[in-house]
Design a protein around this ligand. Structure first.
Ligand SMILES: *Cc1c(COP(=O)(O)O)cnc(C)c1O
Length: 236
């Protein structure tokens, strides 16, 4: 039987190998364990195996897990990576450390104004539509510069970089194209004077391609926790 400990270990090895191939230090790529649909017991297994960054897609499910682990002083870091509606921004601003899926100014403004004053600034990435019209989510690449400039001005957010969820693709060379685009967009922002440093890209099936193009956070769910079963997943 494959355990979460073994799969975490295997995922870390894949990251280290890809970093070696890319001539990068393994420490430059952080592993975000995507725990959506998995309960607190599985998360606790991952924590015991040394994992501390977790990603969630659904606000209510994520908040319940965050509250559940809060009293344990584990220094966990929670990342919101799913689509965000404006009526959910307050719960996100009050609980999460990061949001990867900001795709319009209104959401960013709400997150900033709703961030409690006693908390560190919310770390944010802008979600880019990096695979053209086939993808439904994210900002068009040509609109990133303006959005990034506006978001970087908001007082309680810290703009960190860009995120993308490309269409699934089996060809390792073609997998790199949207990741390369994201890297070029980040370099544009840096040339513009923004202090951005994060490329959130690469999942279970394409993390190698993402690391070759400069990913600094890879988001891995199935590769760590196994396949997801959606019905009834909202009980953490
Ligand atoms: C579910 C999800 C992941 C993880 O996907 P896997 O294929 O399970 O690794 C990563 N990023 C986002 C935005 C997701 O929704």
């Amino acid at each position: 039987m494959t355990t979460i400990v073994q799969q975490l270990h295997h995922t870390r090895e894949r990251i280290a190998l890809a970093c070696a191939r890319a001539g990068r230090a393994a420490a430059d790529v952080q592993l975000l364990a995507v725990s959506k649909t998995f309960g607190a017991d599985r998360i606790a297994e991952a924590v015991a195996a040394g994992q501390h960054m977790f990603g969630e897609n659904y606000v209510a499910e994520g908040v319940a897990k965050i509250e559940r682990f809060q009293s344990q002083n584990l220094a966990l870091e929670w990342h919101m990576i799913g689509p965000l509606q404006s009526n959910k921004t307050r719960a996100v601003a009050q609980h999460f450390h990061w949001v990867h899926s900001v795709d319009r100014l209104k959401i960013a403004q709400r997150l900033s104004s709703q961030r409690p004053s006693g908390m560190a600034n919310l770390q944010v990435c802008l979600e880019v539509n990096a695979s053209g019209e086939s993808s439904k989510s994210g900002v068009a690449p040509e609109s990133i510069k303006n959005l990034a400039r506006a978001v970087s001005q908001l007082p309680h957010l810290h703009l960190r970089g860009l995120m993308c969820i490309p269409e699934p693709c089996d060809d390792p060379d073609r997998q790199r194209l949207p990741f390369a685009l994201l890297r070029e967009l980040l370099e544009d922002l840096q040339r513009d004077g923004l202090a951005v440093d994060t490329l959130s890209m690469g999942m279970s099936d394409d993390l190698e391609a993402a690391i070759l193009e400069g990913a600094t956070i890879v988001r891995v769910g199935r590769g760590i926790f196994g396949s997801r079963h959606y019905p009834g997943h909202h009980t953490p």
